[in-house]
Design a binder for this molecule. Structure first.
Ligand SMILES: Cc1ncc(COP(=O)(O)O)c(C=O)c1O
Length: 454
Protein backbone atom coordinates (compact mmCIF):
# COMPACT_ATOMS: atom_id res chain seq x y z
CA UNK A 1 0.00 0.00 0.00
CA UNK A 2 1.66 3.25 -1.13
CA UNK A 3 1.16 6.36 1.00
CA UNK A 4 3.61 8.71 -0.67
CA UNK A 5 5.24 8.93 -4.07
CA UNK A 6 8.69 10.49 -4.04
CA UNK A 7 10.49 11.29 -7.28
CA UNK A 8 14.31 11.29 -7.53
CA UNK A 9 16.17 14.63 -7.89
CA UNK A 10 16.64 13.86 -11.60
CA UNK A 11 12.85 14.20 -12.08
CA UNK A 12 12.83 17.83 -10.92
CA UNK A 13 11.30 19.68 -13.93
CA UNK A 14 13.84 21.24 -16.33
CA UNK A 15 11.27 23.74 -17.69
CA UNK A 16 8.38 25.78 -16.32
CA UNK A 17 5.00 25.71 -18.09
CA UNK A 18 3.71 29.10 -19.29
CA UNK A 19 -0.06 29.02 -19.75
CA UNK A 20 0.09 32.33 -21.66
CA UNK A 21 0.80 30.16 -24.73
CA UNK A 22 -2.47 28.26 -24.40
CA UNK A 23 -5.09 30.69 -23.07
CA UNK A 24 -8.45 30.35 -24.86
CA UNK A 25 -8.86 34.17 -24.69
CA UNK A 26 -5.81 36.47 -24.78
CA UNK A 27 -5.01 38.46 -21.64
CA UNK A 28 -5.94 42.14 -21.45
CA UNK A 29 -2.61 44.02 -21.32
CA UNK A 30 -1.50 45.71 -18.08
CA UNK A 31 -1.92 49.49 -18.40
CA UNK A 32 0.46 52.25 -17.28
CA UNK A 33 -0.48 55.48 -15.46
CA UNK A 34 -1.55 56.98 -18.81
CA UNK A 35 -3.84 53.95 -19.30
CA UNK A 36 -1.75 52.72 -22.25
CA UNK A 37 -0.37 49.15 -22.50
CA UNK A 38 2.70 48.80 -20.29
CA UNK A 39 6.08 48.73 -22.04
CA UNK A 40 9.06 46.95 -20.45
CA UNK A 41 10.69 50.36 -19.70
CA UNK A 42 7.67 51.33 -17.54
CA UNK A 43 8.62 48.58 -15.08
CA UNK A 44 12.41 48.79 -15.04
CA UNK A 45 12.70 50.68 -11.75
CA UNK A 46 10.59 48.04 -10.03
CA UNK A 47 11.81 44.73 -11.54
CA UNK A 48 15.01 43.65 -13.32
CA UNK A 49 14.67 43.36 -17.11
CA UNK A 50 15.20 39.56 -17.17
CA UNK A 51 12.09 39.14 -14.96
CA UNK A 52 10.11 41.70 -16.99
CA UNK A 53 10.85 39.65 -20.12
CA UNK A 54 9.59 36.52 -18.38
CA UNK A 55 6.48 38.39 -17.19
CA UNK A 56 5.61 39.24 -20.81
CA UNK A 57 6.68 35.97 -22.42
CA UNK A 58 4.22 33.82 -24.37
CA UNK A 59 6.68 30.95 -24.87
CA UNK A 60 5.04 27.71 -23.72
CA UNK A 61 8.10 26.15 -22.03
CA UNK A 62 10.82 28.17 -20.29
CA UNK A 63 14.10 26.57 -19.20
CA UNK A 64 14.86 26.57 -15.46
CA UNK A 65 18.48 27.70 -15.02
CA UNK A 66 20.71 25.09 -13.32
CA UNK A 67 21.57 27.26 -10.24
CA UNK A 68 17.82 27.51 -9.53
CA UNK A 69 17.32 23.74 -9.94
CA UNK A 70 20.24 23.14 -7.59
CA UNK A 71 18.59 25.15 -4.81
CA UNK A 72 15.09 23.74 -5.48
CA UNK A 73 16.59 20.25 -5.16
CA UNK A 74 17.07 20.91 -1.41
CA UNK A 75 13.40 19.89 -1.01
CA UNK A 76 12.03 19.17 -4.50
CA UNK A 77 10.50 17.14 -6.03
CA UNK A 78 8.02 17.43 -3.16
CA UNK A 79 6.18 14.24 -2.17
CA UNK A 80 2.69 13.40 -3.40
CA UNK A 81 0.67 11.77 -0.61
CA UNK A 82 -2.47 9.68 -0.59
CA UNK A 83 -4.47 10.88 2.45
CA UNK A 84 -5.83 7.46 3.46
CA UNK A 85 -6.54 8.41 7.09
CA UNK A 86 -8.55 11.45 6.08
CA UNK A 87 -10.41 9.34 3.49
CA UNK A 88 -11.36 6.89 6.24
CA UNK A 89 -12.56 9.71 8.49
CA UNK A 90 -14.72 11.23 5.74
CA UNK A 91 -16.19 7.83 4.82
CA UNK A 92 -16.99 9.02 1.29
CA UNK A 93 -16.34 7.36 -2.12
CA UNK A 94 -13.25 9.49 -2.75
CA UNK A 95 -9.52 9.03 -3.18
CA UNK A 96 -7.62 12.07 -1.90
CA UNK A 97 -4.10 12.96 -3.06
CA UNK A 98 -2.09 16.00 -2.08
CA UNK A 99 1.21 17.69 -2.90
CA UNK A 100 3.09 18.50 0.30
CA UNK A 101 4.66 21.93 -0.24
CA UNK A 102 5.20 22.28 3.52
CA UNK A 103 8.51 20.38 3.19
CA UNK A 104 10.41 23.45 1.94
CA UNK A 105 12.79 25.08 4.48
CA UNK A 106 10.43 28.06 4.93
CA UNK A 107 7.42 25.74 5.19
CA UNK A 108 5.38 26.57 2.08
CA UNK A 109 5.35 26.74 -1.73
CA UNK A 110 6.71 30.32 -1.64
CA UNK A 111 10.43 29.42 -2.00
CA UNK A 112 9.69 27.98 -5.48
CA UNK A 113 9.47 31.53 -6.82
CA UNK A 114 11.67 33.23 -4.18
CA UNK A 115 14.71 31.21 -5.33
CA UNK A 116 13.99 32.02 -8.99
CA UNK A 117 13.38 35.73 -8.43
CA UNK A 118 16.48 36.25 -6.29
CA UNK A 119 18.59 34.38 -8.87
CA UNK A 120 17.38 36.62 -11.73
CA UNK A 121 17.89 39.80 -9.65
CA UNK A 122 21.42 38.72 -8.76
CA UNK A 123 22.17 37.96 -12.43
CA UNK A 124 21.01 41.52 -13.22
CA UNK A 125 23.37 43.01 -10.60
CA UNK A 126 20.77 43.91 -7.95
CA UNK A 127 22.02 44.06 -4.33
CA UNK A 128 18.80 44.44 -2.29
CA UNK A 129 15.16 43.32 -2.58
CA UNK A 130 12.10 44.77 -0.88
CA UNK A 131 8.79 42.99 -0.48
CA UNK A 132 5.53 42.71 1.41
CA UNK A 133 4.32 39.74 3.39
CA UNK A 134 0.95 38.75 4.85
CA UNK A 135 1.23 35.74 7.12
CA UNK A 136 5.02 35.85 6.86
CA UNK A 137 5.46 32.79 4.65
CA UNK A 138 6.53 34.89 1.66
CA UNK A 139 8.77 37.21 3.67
CA UNK A 140 10.56 34.27 5.22
CA UNK A 141 10.90 32.51 1.84
CA UNK A 142 12.43 35.63 0.26
CA UNK A 143 14.72 36.24 3.24
CA UNK A 144 15.98 32.67 2.92
CA UNK A 145 16.50 32.95 -0.85
CA UNK A 146 18.32 36.30 -0.45
CA UNK A 147 20.63 34.77 2.15
CA UNK A 148 21.42 31.88 -0.24
CA UNK A 149 22.42 34.26 -3.07
CA UNK A 150 23.93 37.04 -0.87
CA UNK A 151 21.32 39.82 -1.34
CA UNK A 152 19.88 42.15 1.32
CA UNK A 153 16.16 41.81 2.06
CA UNK A 154 13.65 44.25 3.58
CA UNK A 155 10.17 42.94 4.37
CA UNK A 156 7.05 45.04 5.11
CA UNK A 157 4.82 42.68 7.11
CA UNK A 158 1.09 43.41 7.43
CA UNK A 159 0.74 44.68 10.99
CA UNK A 160 -1.98 42.29 12.18
CA UNK A 161 0.18 39.30 11.17
CA UNK A 162 3.32 40.94 12.60
CA UNK A 163 1.53 41.00 15.97
CA UNK A 164 -0.10 37.54 15.61
CA UNK A 165 2.98 35.72 14.28
CA UNK A 166 6.18 36.92 15.97
CA UNK A 167 8.03 33.69 15.12
CA UNK A 168 7.81 34.42 11.39
CA UNK A 169 9.63 37.71 11.99
CA UNK A 170 12.30 35.79 13.92
CA UNK A 171 12.69 33.32 11.05
CA UNK A 172 13.29 36.23 8.70
CA UNK A 173 15.92 37.61 11.08
CA UNK A 174 17.68 34.24 11.24
CA UNK A 175 17.92 34.36 7.43
CA UNK A 176 19.25 37.93 7.64
CA UNK A 177 16.04 39.72 6.54
CA UNK A 178 14.92 43.05 8.02
CA UNK A 179 11.20 42.81 8.87
CA UNK A 180 9.07 45.83 9.89
CA UNK A 181 5.32 46.12 10.54
CA UNK A 182 3.28 47.79 7.77
CA UNK A 183 2.12 50.52 7.69
CA UNK A 184 5.56 51.69 8.85
CA UNK A 185 7.15 55.08 9.47
CA UNK A 186 9.88 54.12 6.94
CA UNK A 187 7.95 55.28 3.83
CA UNK A 188 5.89 58.34 2.91
CA UNK A 189 2.85 56.15 2.16
CA UNK A 190 3.21 54.28 5.47
CA UNK A 191 3.40 57.58 7.38
CA UNK A 192 0.30 58.87 5.56
CA UNK A 193 -1.77 55.77 6.45
CA UNK A 194 -0.52 55.80 10.06
CA UNK A 195 -1.53 59.45 10.30
CA UNK A 196 -5.05 58.75 9.02
CA UNK A 197 -5.66 55.35 10.64
CA UNK A 198 -3.25 54.83 13.56
CA UNK A 199 -4.94 51.53 14.56
CA UNK A 200 -5.23 49.97 11.09
CA UNK A 201 -4.48 46.20 10.93
CA UNK A 202 -2.74 46.93 7.59
CA UNK A 203 -3.27 45.00 4.37
CA UNK A 204 -1.22 43.41 1.62
CA UNK A 205 -2.17 46.31 -0.68
CA UNK A 206 -0.65 48.85 1.74
CA UNK A 207 2.49 46.76 2.32
CA UNK A 208 3.02 46.40 -1.46
CA UNK A 209 2.83 50.21 -1.85
CA UNK A 210 5.48 50.65 0.84
CA UNK A 211 7.81 48.02 -0.61
CA UNK A 212 7.58 49.53 -4.12
CA UNK A 213 8.14 53.06 -2.81
CA UNK A 214 11.26 51.82 -1.01
CA UNK A 215 12.60 49.93 -4.07
CA UNK A 216 12.28 52.70 -6.65
CA UNK A 217 14.45 55.09 -4.57
CA UNK A 218 17.68 53.20 -5.21
CA UNK A 219 19.22 51.92 -8.46
CA UNK A 220 20.57 48.72 -6.88
CA UNK A 221 17.27 47.82 -5.18
CA UNK A 222 14.28 46.14 -6.80
CA UNK A 223 10.90 44.90 -5.60
CA UNK A 224 9.85 41.27 -5.47
CA UNK A 225 6.22 40.06 -5.42
CA UNK A 226 5.27 36.70 -3.93
CA UNK A 227 2.14 36.09 -6.01
CA UNK A 228 -0.28 37.62 -8.56
CA UNK A 229 2.11 38.27 -11.49
CA UNK A 230 2.57 35.97 -14.48
CA UNK A 231 6.20 35.07 -13.69
CA UNK A 232 5.23 33.96 -10.17
CA UNK A 233 2.52 31.64 -11.57
CA UNK A 234 5.15 30.32 -13.99
CA UNK A 235 7.68 29.50 -11.25
CA UNK A 236 5.06 27.60 -9.25
CA UNK A 237 4.18 25.21 -12.12
CA UNK A 238 6.88 22.80 -10.90
CA UNK A 239 4.16 21.68 -8.43
CA UNK A 240 1.64 20.58 -11.06
CA UNK A 241 4.29 19.20 -13.43
CA UNK A 242 5.64 16.94 -10.68
CA UNK A 243 2.11 16.00 -9.59
CA UNK A 244 1.27 14.83 -13.11
CA UNK A 245 4.23 12.42 -13.07
CA UNK A 246 3.39 11.23 -9.56
CA UNK A 247 -0.32 10.73 -10.29
CA UNK A 248 0.67 8.64 -13.33
CA UNK A 249 2.84 6.46 -11.05
CA UNK A 250 -0.16 6.13 -8.69
CA UNK A 251 -2.21 5.05 -11.72
CA UNK A 252 -4.82 7.77 -11.12
CA UNK A 253 -6.02 10.97 -12.71
CA UNK A 254 -7.90 13.68 -10.74
CA UNK A 255 -11.59 14.48 -11.29
CA UNK A 256 -11.21 17.48 -8.99
CA UNK A 257 -8.17 19.77 -8.48
CA UNK A 258 -8.23 22.19 -5.52
CA UNK A 259 -5.99 24.96 -4.15
CA UNK A 260 -6.50 27.90 -1.81
CA UNK A 261 -6.20 31.27 -3.51
CA UNK A 262 -4.64 34.42 -2.06
CA UNK A 263 -2.90 36.07 -5.00
CA UNK A 264 -3.39 32.77 -6.86
CA UNK A 265 0.12 31.29 -7.07
CA UNK A 266 -0.04 27.94 -5.24
CA UNK A 267 -3.39 27.22 -6.85
CA UNK A 268 -2.00 28.12 -10.29
CA UNK A 269 1.14 26.08 -9.68
CA UNK A 270 -0.86 22.92 -9.25
CA UNK A 271 -3.77 23.78 -11.54
CA UNK A 272 -2.19 25.26 -14.70
CA UNK A 273 -0.71 22.02 -16.07
CA UNK A 274 -4.15 20.44 -15.49
CA UNK A 275 -5.87 23.48 -17.04
CA UNK A 276 -3.93 22.65 -20.22
CA UNK A 277 -5.37 19.12 -20.08
CA UNK A 278 -8.83 20.66 -19.64
CA UNK A 279 -8.30 23.05 -22.59
CA UNK A 280 -7.37 19.91 -24.58
CA UNK A 281 -10.65 18.22 -23.66
CA UNK A 282 -10.23 16.50 -20.25
CA UNK A 283 -13.20 16.72 -17.89
CA UNK A 284 -11.75 18.16 -14.63
CA UNK A 285 -13.37 20.36 -12.00
CA UNK A 286 -10.71 22.91 -10.99
CA UNK A 287 -11.50 24.89 -7.84
CA UNK A 288 -9.71 27.95 -6.39
CA UNK A 289 -10.85 28.51 -2.79
CA UNK A 290 -10.90 31.97 -1.21
CA UNK A 291 -11.98 33.23 2.22
CA UNK A 292 -15.58 34.40 2.66
CA UNK A 293 -14.00 37.54 4.18
CA UNK A 294 -12.18 38.33 0.92
CA UNK A 295 -14.33 36.93 -1.93
CA UNK A 296 -12.79 38.38 -5.08
CA UNK A 297 -13.59 35.57 -7.52
CA UNK A 298 -17.04 34.87 -6.12
CA UNK A 299 -18.32 38.37 -5.27
CA UNK A 300 -15.83 40.82 -6.80
CA UNK A 301 -15.68 42.31 -10.29
CA UNK A 302 -13.51 41.44 -13.29
CA UNK A 303 -12.04 44.89 -13.90
CA UNK A 304 -8.85 46.89 -14.26
CA UNK A 305 -7.40 47.74 -10.84
CA UNK A 306 -4.11 48.54 -9.17
CA UNK A 307 -2.26 45.73 -7.40
CA UNK A 308 -1.56 47.96 -4.39
CA UNK A 309 -3.49 50.43 -2.26
CA UNK A 310 -1.58 53.60 -3.21
CA UNK A 311 -2.12 52.99 -6.95
CA UNK A 312 1.62 52.74 -7.77
CA UNK A 313 1.42 49.50 -9.76
CA UNK A 314 0.15 49.26 -13.35
CA UNK A 315 -3.53 48.48 -13.81
CA UNK A 316 -4.14 44.74 -14.05
CA UNK A 317 -7.25 43.09 -15.51
CA UNK A 318 -8.31 40.86 -12.64
CA UNK A 319 -11.05 39.95 -10.21
CA UNK A 320 -10.95 42.60 -7.50
CA UNK A 321 -12.79 44.04 -4.52
CA UNK A 322 -11.20 47.44 -5.23
CA UNK A 323 -7.73 48.55 -4.11
CA UNK A 324 -9.21 50.51 -1.17
CA UNK A 325 -10.81 47.35 0.27
CA UNK A 326 -9.16 46.35 3.56
CA UNK A 327 -10.17 42.77 4.42
CA UNK A 328 -11.12 41.93 8.00
CA UNK A 329 -8.21 40.52 10.04
CA UNK A 330 -8.89 36.79 9.55
CA UNK A 331 -6.07 34.41 10.49
CA UNK A 332 -5.30 33.42 6.89
CA UNK A 333 -3.19 36.57 6.38
CA UNK A 334 -1.87 35.32 3.02
CA UNK A 335 -5.41 35.33 1.58
CA UNK A 336 -6.20 38.92 2.63
CA UNK A 337 -5.62 40.56 -0.76
CA UNK A 338 -8.05 42.70 -2.75
CA UNK A 339 -7.14 41.29 -6.18
CA UNK A 340 -6.37 37.98 -7.89
CA UNK A 341 -3.71 36.89 -10.41
CA UNK A 342 -4.70 38.12 -13.90
CA UNK A 343 -4.02 34.64 -15.36
CA UNK A 344 -6.25 32.92 -12.79
CA UNK A 345 -8.86 35.67 -13.29
CA UNK A 346 -8.78 35.19 -17.08
CA UNK A 347 -9.41 31.45 -16.75
CA UNK A 348 -12.26 32.01 -14.27
CA UNK A 349 -13.77 34.45 -16.79
CA UNK A 350 -13.46 31.73 -19.45
CA UNK A 351 -15.27 29.22 -17.23
CA UNK A 352 -12.27 26.88 -16.80
CA UNK A 353 -12.23 27.20 -13.01
CA UNK A 354 -15.10 27.02 -10.51
CA UNK A 355 -14.25 29.31 -7.54
CA UNK A 356 -15.65 28.82 -4.06
CA UNK A 357 -15.50 30.87 -0.84
CA UNK A 358 -15.54 29.46 2.70
CA UNK A 359 -15.68 31.01 6.20
CA UNK A 360 -12.77 30.61 8.63
CA UNK A 361 -14.56 28.44 11.21
CA UNK A 362 -15.36 25.79 8.60
CA UNK A 363 -11.70 25.93 7.47
CA UNK A 364 -10.31 25.45 10.98
CA UNK A 365 -12.77 22.59 11.55
CA UNK A 366 -11.40 20.82 8.46
CA UNK A 367 -7.79 21.60 9.49
CA UNK A 368 -8.32 20.10 12.95
CA UNK A 369 -9.92 16.97 11.41
CA UNK A 370 -6.87 16.78 9.13
CA UNK A 371 -4.36 17.23 11.98
CA UNK A 372 -6.09 14.51 14.01
CA UNK A 373 -6.05 12.02 11.12
CA UNK A 374 -3.11 12.84 8.80
CA UNK A 375 -1.01 14.48 11.54
CA UNK A 376 0.26 17.57 9.69
CA UNK A 377 -0.83 20.98 11.03
CA UNK A 378 -1.91 23.12 8.08
CA UNK A 379 -1.31 26.82 7.49
CA UNK A 380 -4.59 28.76 7.91
CA UNK A 381 -4.44 29.55 4.17
CA UNK A 382 -4.13 25.86 3.32
CA UNK A 383 -7.11 25.06 5.53
CA UNK A 384 -9.33 26.67 2.87
CA UNK A 385 -8.30 23.96 0.40
CA UNK A 386 -8.98 21.33 3.07
CA UNK A 387 -12.49 22.65 3.73
CA UNK A 388 -13.21 22.44 -0.01
CA UNK A 389 -11.91 18.85 -0.06
CA UNK A 390 -14.37 18.02 2.75
CA UNK A 391 -17.22 19.72 0.86
CA UNK A 392 -16.39 17.84 -2.36
CA UNK A 393 -16.14 14.51 -0.52
CA UNK A 394 -19.57 15.09 1.09
CA UNK A 395 -21.02 15.97 -2.31
CA UNK A 396 -19.59 12.78 -3.84
CA UNK A 397 -21.19 10.79 -1.01
CA UNK A 398 -24.59 12.45 -1.51
CA UNK A 399 -24.44 11.87 -5.26
CA UNK A 400 -23.08 8.31 -4.82
CA UNK A 401 -20.24 9.11 -7.25
CA UNK A 402 -16.62 7.91 -6.95
CA UNK A 403 -14.13 10.75 -7.27
CA UNK A 404 -10.38 11.31 -7.23
CA UNK A 405 -9.45 14.61 -5.58
CA UNK A 406 -6.01 16.22 -5.84
CA UNK A 407 -5.18 19.29 -3.79
CA UNK A 408 -2.25 21.47 -2.88
CA UNK A 409 -1.19 21.37 0.76
CA UNK A 410 0.50 24.75 0.40
CA UNK A 411 2.18 25.00 3.80
CA UNK A 412 2.43 24.00 7.43
CA UNK A 413 0.92 26.03 10.27
CA UNK A 414 3.51 25.52 12.98
CA UNK A 415 4.00 29.29 13.25
CA UNK A 416 0.24 29.92 13.12
CA UNK A 417 -0.95 28.23 16.29
CA UNK A 418 -2.64 31.32 17.76
CA UNK A 419 -5.48 30.92 15.24
CA UNK A 420 -5.92 27.25 16.21
CA UNK A 421 -5.95 28.23 19.88
CA UNK A 422 -8.69 30.79 19.26
CA UNK A 423 -10.68 28.29 17.18
CA UNK A 424 -10.43 25.61 19.87
CA UNK A 425 -11.60 28.10 22.51
CA UNK A 426 -14.62 28.99 20.31
CA UNK A 427 -13.44 32.58 19.96
CA UNK A 428 -13.26 32.85 16.17
CA UNK A 429 -15.86 34.86 14.30
CA UNK A 430 -16.92 34.39 10.70
CA UNK A 431 -16.93 37.62 8.76
CA UNK A 432 -20.29 38.47 7.23
CA UNK A 433 -19.39 40.77 4.40
CA UNK A 434 -22.44 42.74 3.24
CA UNK A 435 -23.18 43.73 -0.35
CA UNK A 436 -22.89 47.37 0.78
CA UNK A 437 -19.31 46.79 2.04
CA UNK A 438 -18.40 45.16 -1.26
CA UNK A 439 -19.95 48.03 -3.22
CA UNK A 440 -18.00 50.52 -1.08
CA UNK A 441 -14.65 48.83 -1.85
CA UNK A 442 -15.49 48.79 -5.57
CA UNK A 443 -15.98 52.57 -5.52
CA UNK A 444 -12.18 52.82 -5.75
CA UNK A 445 -12.15 51.39 -9.30
CA UNK A 446 -14.88 53.67 -10.66
CA UNK A 447 -13.52 55.68 -13.56
CA UNK A 448 -10.72 53.19 -14.37
CA UNK A 449 -10.70 51.63 -17.87
CA UNK A 450 -12.63 48.34 -18.38
CA UNK A 451 -11.17 45.11 -19.82
CA UNK A 452 -12.31 44.09 -23.33
CA UNK A 453 -15.91 42.87 -23.35
CA UNK A 454 -16.76 44.21 -19.84
C1 LIG B 1 0.81 28.60 3.10
C2 LIG B 1 0.22 29.56 2.15
N1 LIG B 1 -0.70 29.13 1.26
C3 LIG B 1 -1.27 29.97 0.38
C4 LIG B 1 -0.97 31.31 0.37
C5 LIG B 1 -1.67 32.21 -0.58
O1 LIG B 1 -0.85 32.73 -1.60
P1 LIG B 1 -1.00 32.27 -3.09
O2 LIG B 1 -2.44 32.41 -3.47
O3 LIG B 1 -0.12 33.15 -3.88
O4 LIG B 1 -0.56 30.86 -3.14
C6 LIG B 1 -0.01 31.82 1.27
C7 LIG B 1 0.34 33.25 1.25
O5 LIG B 1 0.99 33.78 2.11
C8 LIG B 1 0.58 30.92 2.18
O6 LIG B 1 1.49 31.35 3.06
Amino acid sequence: MTTKIVLPDSELPKQWYNIAADLPTPMDPPLNQAHLPVKPEDLEKVFPMNIIEQEMSTERWIDIPEPIREKLALWRPSPLYRARNFEKLLDAPVKIYYKNEGVSPAGSHKPNTAIAQVYYNKEFGIKKLTTETGAGQWGSALSMACSMFGLECKVYMVRISFDQKPFRKMMMQVWGGNCVPSPSPDTAFGRKILGEYPDTPGSLGIAISEAIEDAVQDEHTRYSLGSVLNHVMLHQTVIGLEAQKQMAIAGDYPDVVIGCAGGGSNFAGLAFPYALDKINGKDIDIIPVEPAACPRLTRGEFAYDHGDTAGMTPLLAMYTLGHAFVPQPIHAGGLRYHGMAPMVSRLVQDGLFRPMNIGQNECYKAAVMWARSEGFISAPETSHALAAVVAEARKAKEEGKEKTILFNWSGHGLMDLVGYDRYLRGELNDVDLTDAEIAEGLQSIKGLPKPAGC
